[in-house]
Each structure stands twice: as structure tokens, then as C-alpha cells.
Design a protein around this ligand. Structure first.
Ligand code: 0GY
Length: 296
């Protein structure tokens, strides 16, 4: 089947620059996606966007170019709960990629076992209305119980406003919980204000939570190249919770409207939020390796 990408879709950067920041050996790009290719892995009928193709070959090329050793491939909503493109990337990676799947309550035990065998170690629950039709908390209860048995964790993607609304459910989760993109703070609000304060409280009082200090290009209002307005938010998390932060490119950067980042420059953002070699080692190597490869 052939697909036409949305007319306002911004494709990923065709030739990113070589990062100036040298990634430590064993670095993991802990948040990236694959899209199709659509003729091999069709996009889901219920999707809210149709992207450009961005398959595993492109992803692995970028991994090598930037200096990462491993990837965590997160199921993108344009593929719904058909995890084939993601699982195919994991299988082709020679053990160098793990995955986060989208599963529905009707997933079979065989399907879960197959995903685990391919390298999936988490399930993503998405509450962003622009991307999915959010489900009530009860929808997830059975899924949580089944994935917990496999030792998987939960990845949450939500807008800052959802945190108050779903607080009880999120903090009830019995597994490790990873939050995408710092819970999407409004970076024009103060870093020590009530909104981000709620997220910091979540992290402080619930040691099972991890935060991805990702997506300056998505959260910024000030814009590139410095993404200066995002720095204090990410740096606060890295400094406060050095063992519970993860970093990723978010390649191929779905649904950006203002600009497409140069992935090399995104890597150069890392030392601004993780200023010491020790913080960089934990963020890029130790934390993701423990979480995704720890049970090898
Ligand atoms: C991200 C962010 C976005 C998209 C998705 O699965 C997705 O479609 O996660 C977004 O549009 O904010 O994490 O890639």
C-alpha cells in the first residue's frame, strides 16, 4: 500500500552535522521511532497523522553517524497497536535495540511473548489527545498486570495538564514508569513554579519514576539553535535525579511544525543539561542500559 505524507509534514533532516560532543562509549538513544516504510509496514487506519517513511536502515545509519551504540525504539501512534515495524527493527539490530510497544487489552499471551523475544521491554500509554483518543484508567489495569509479569515497565506520554487529572492512576502503577519529554512542561512558566513543581514532586516521592529529558525542539518557545528556555527544566531533572533520567533524539521527530532539528546539534544540547562526565555517563549509558538491557 502506498501512503502520501501529510501536506504540512516536515521530513527528518537529510544531512545532520557531526556532533561536537563526543558521546561516551555505550551511549543509548533511548527515544526514537521508525515509520514504515509504509509499503512494507502499513500505517494504521486509526492514525492521526501520515508521516514520511523513516525505516530502520535510516535509523541505524543515524545511530552510527551520531556515535550511539544502541537504540530504544518507541512504538509511534501512526502504527497503532501493530508493532511489526518496531519489532522488525529490533530483530535486525543484532541486540543493539530494545523496544516499547503499544498493546491493547485483547493482545494474546503469544503476541506478548513474541514481542518480548524481539526485545520489547515496555508498553507505552499515550494520553495526548492530538495523537490518540485517550482511554479511561480502567482500560489499562489488565494490561499492566500482564506486562508486569514479563518484567516490562510503562512509558507514559501526557500533557502537563493530565498529570493532576491522572495522578492517582499514574502513581498506582506497580512497575517502573518512564515519562516522555519531562511531562511536556510549559517552558514559559517558571521552573520553580507550581506546574513543573508537580512533576518534580512526582519524581521525588515516587522513586519508580524515570523522566526523559528529551525534545527541546518540541518544548521550546524561544526556538533553535540554543533551545535556551528548555535548559533549566532538563538540567533540574538531571541534577536532582541523576539515576532516573534518559535521553533520546526523538528521530524522525513526528509532528514538528516550526522547524526540523539538526540531530547533530541536538546531541550538542546534552552537555548543557548534563554538565559533568559523571552525569553524562549515567544519563546516556548507565540508566538506559540498566533499564533496557539489565535482564539479559
Ligand atoms: C514523540 C512525540 C510525538 C509523537 C508520538 O507516537 C507518536 O506519534 O510520540 C508528538 O507528536 O508529540 O514522542 O515522538
Amino acid at each position: 500500500m502506498s501512503f502520501r505524507m501529510d501536506p504540512d509534514w516536515l521530513p527528518f533532516h537529510p544531512n545532520p552535522s557531526q556532533p561536537r560532543f563526543l558521546l561516551p562509549p555505550g551511549s543509548v538513544d533511548a527515544h526514537c521511532h521508525v515509520f514504515g516504510p509504509g509499503d512494507q509496514f502499513p500505517f494504521a487506519p486509526e492514525r492521526k497523522y501520515t508521516p514520511c517513511d523513516a525505516g530502520k536502515d535510516e535509523l541505524f545509519k543515524l545511530r552510527d553517524f551520531l556515535g550511539f551504540e544502541r537504540n530504544v525504539v518507541v512504538q509511534a501512534t501512526c502504527h497503532g497497536a501493530d508493532n511489526s515495524a518496531m519489532a522488525d527493527a529490533l530483530r535486525a539490530s543484532d541486540g543493539r535495540a530494545r523496544g516499547v510497544a503499544t498493546v491493547r487489552p485483547d493482545v494474546t499471551d503469544e503476541q506478548l511473548a513474541e514481542l518480548h523475544e524481539a526485545g520489547v521491554r515496555g508498553a507505552r500509554f499515550n494520553f495526548v489527545k492530538r495523537l490518540v483518543d485517550p482511554k479511561p484508567d480502567e482500560y489499562y489495569h489488565g494490561i499492566v498486570e500482564r506486562i508486569a509479569r514479563l518484567g516490562w515497565h510503562v512509558v507514559l506520554y501526557f500533557e502537563a495538564a493530565d498529570l493532576a487529572e491522572r495522578w492517582e492512576f499514574f502513581t498506582w502503577l506497580p512497575t517502573v514508569v518512564v515519562v516522555d519529554h519531562m511531562g511536556r512542561p510549559d517552558v514559559t512558566a517558571p521552573v520553580d513554579g507550581p506546574e513543573f513543581g508537580r512533576f518534580l514532586t512526582l519524581m521525588r516521592d515516587h522513586p519508580q519514576f524515570y523522566a526523559k529529558v528529551t525534545c527541546p525542539e518540541r518544548l521550546t518557545v524561544a526556538g533553535p539553535p540554543g533551545y535556551d528556555d528548555v535548559v533549566p527544566f532538563a538540567r533540574t531533572l538531571v541534577e536532582s535525579f541523576p539515576d532516573r533520567v534518559l535521553w533520546g533524539t526523538d528521530w524522525p521527530h513526528p509532528n514538528l511544525k516550526s522547524h526540523m532539528p539538526d540531530d547533530g546539534r541536538l546531541v550538542d544540547f546534552i552537555p548543557r543539561i548534563a554538565e559533568t562526565a559523571d552525569a553524562q555517563q549515567r544519563l546516556l549509558v548507565d540508566n538506559p542500559t540498566r533499564l533496557y538491557w539489565g535482564q539479559e
